[in-house]
Design a protein around this ligand. Structure first.
Ligand SMILES: Cc1cc2nc3c(=O)[nH]c(=O)nc-3n(C[C@H](O)[C@H](O)[C@H](O)COP(=O)(O)OP(=O)(O)OC[C@H]3O[C@@H](n4cnc5c(N)ncnc54)[C@H](O)[C@@H]3O)c2cc1C
Length: 392
């Protein structure tokens, strides 16, 4: 199998990168370890920026047909009434098994090839990444060479680790447990988030039958559940849901899924012959729901950089540098935004104050959502009229 570019991972970042490269005439192969459709632990909320990116990819109609429109998010802080933020731009709930399969199909339709195998190492020619080593379904280890490798293999990326780009994440680790459930009743096309004490309980209505339910807790809390995770999750949900929501009367559809620690950091997102995109390039706390947006917009920037590097190999370093600078600038602000939002959510008096102020200053809430969804640069959320209104 010959490819100009090998993309490791067929999630949103990998499929979108492959689609754009294939459309530009590049011979691209996606190496994906899972057979699609597959479950992926995710809140399954696509913000307005993600939908804009899907439109630019030409995949919006296909994805919209698989999801359900969302009208807003209801935040329920501890000891305070809920506050509802309306989405003034379209947003969607869409199960990841459907979304990811549709995006990979779109990449294939554009001309990308898919190989089902697990990448376990990178190949180096001196300092340059020259391909990957894969373990095929029948257990054989095979080398795949290419002019360029894209690490789109998510948090914990093998490509990042093997190229020496990964670093120990310094943030406090949280863990997520959840699944799809029936019996959660009407959510009126709203995400509901019950927050408190470094934990949250989130519900996202996928359709009239299914609700995506996630409980996210700090590591020490999860450790105490080892004897009975279902009971632990149920107890945390009942506590956070404060008598309004719990798992009582709900039935799980399919497996319970879990993931953690929710952290993955890298020192750099590029190396000679390779770049990282999506979660592989650094993971943002999922509370603010920016991951898929960032995976898709990152793919657009990554594809531009790779095309420039393939066109003019002598200018590869410059093209990769431009990608790295875009990523560093955008993500640094998104990380700061996540840190402030997480602080507001984790400290109950701050959460109560922010909720009250969101009620009084709905424009600040709308501006915050716009920044999270990429309608405006993330740094705009730090203007006094936005975060200042919530914190002062
Ligand atoms: C609990 C939780 C809730 C979240 N909620 C939301 C939300 O509501 N909205 C939102 O926008 N984002 C959310 N996110 C973030 C979002 O899921 C990610 O940002 C998004 O999936 C990133 O896409 P990706 O393509 O970079 O990586 P992934 O989606 O992780 O895809 C990586 C792919 O690489 C494959 N792979 C991995 N290793 C290998 C290997 N060695 N060889 C071959 N293939 C490999 C995997 O099988 C996978 O298909 C959430 C994340 C978590 C953990």
């Amino acid at each position: 199998m010959n490819a100009d570019v090998l993309v490791v991972g067929g999630g949103p970042a990998g499929s979108a990168t492959a689609l754009l490269l294939a459309r530009a005439g590049v011979a691209v192969t996606v190496v994906e370890r899972a057979r699609f459709p597959r479950r992926k632990v995710c809140g399954e909320y696509l913000n307005a920026g993600a939908l804009d990116a899907l439109e630019r990819l030409g995949a919006l109609d296909a994805v919209r047909a698989l999801g359900a429109p969302l009208r807003g998010v209801r935040l329920v802080p501890p000891g305070a009434p809920p506050v509802t933020l309306a989405f003034d731009r379209p947003a969607l709930a869409c199960a990841r098994e459907a979304l990811d399969a549709a995006l990979l199909d779109a990449a294939v339709a554009a001309g990308a090839q898919v190989e089902h195998a697990r990448v376990d190492d990178v190949l180096l020619d001196g300092e340059r990444c020259a391909g990957v080593r894969v373990r095929t379904d029948d257990g054989a280890l095979v080398e795949r060479r290419a002019r360029f490798v894209v690490g789109a293999d998510g948090a914990g990326s093998v490509v990042a680790r093997k190229l020496g780009l990964a670093q120990v994440a310094r943030r406090r680790a949280r863990y997520a447990v959840g699944g799809h459930y029936a019996g959660f009743g009407a959510l009126d096309a709203h995400i509901e988030m019950y927050v408190g004490g470094g934990a949250y309980f989130a519900l996202n209505p996928l359709d009239t039958e299914r609700t995506n339910v996630m409980v996210v807790v700090p590591r020490d809390r999860l450790a105490r559940w080892s004897a009975d995770v279902d009971a632990g999750v149920g107890g945390a949900a009942a506590e956070l849901g404060r008598g309004v929501r719990s798992f009582d009367g709900a039935t799980r559809l399919g497996p319970r899924v879990s993931v953690g620690p929710l952290a993955h950091d890298v020192r750099r997102v590029v190396a000679p012959g390779a770049l990282l995109v999506g979660d592989a390039a650094g993971f943002l706390d999922p509370f603010t729901g920016q991951g898929i947006f960032l995976a898709l917009t990152g793919a657009e920037h990554a594809a531009d950089a790779i095309l420039a590097a393939l066109r003019e190999p002598a200018r590869e370093a410059m093209a990769l540098d431009a990608y790295a600078r875009w990523r560093a600038g955008d993500v640094a602000w998104r990380r700061r935004l996540c840190a402030v939002v997480t602080l507001l959510v984790d400290v109950p008096p701050l959460a109560r104050r922010a909720a009250a102020r969101l009620g009084r200053f709905p424009d600040a809430g709308a501006a915050l959502l716009d920044a999270l969804a990429g309608a405006v640069p993330p740094q705009r959320a730090f203007r006094p009229a936005v975060l200042g209104s919530l914190l002062a």
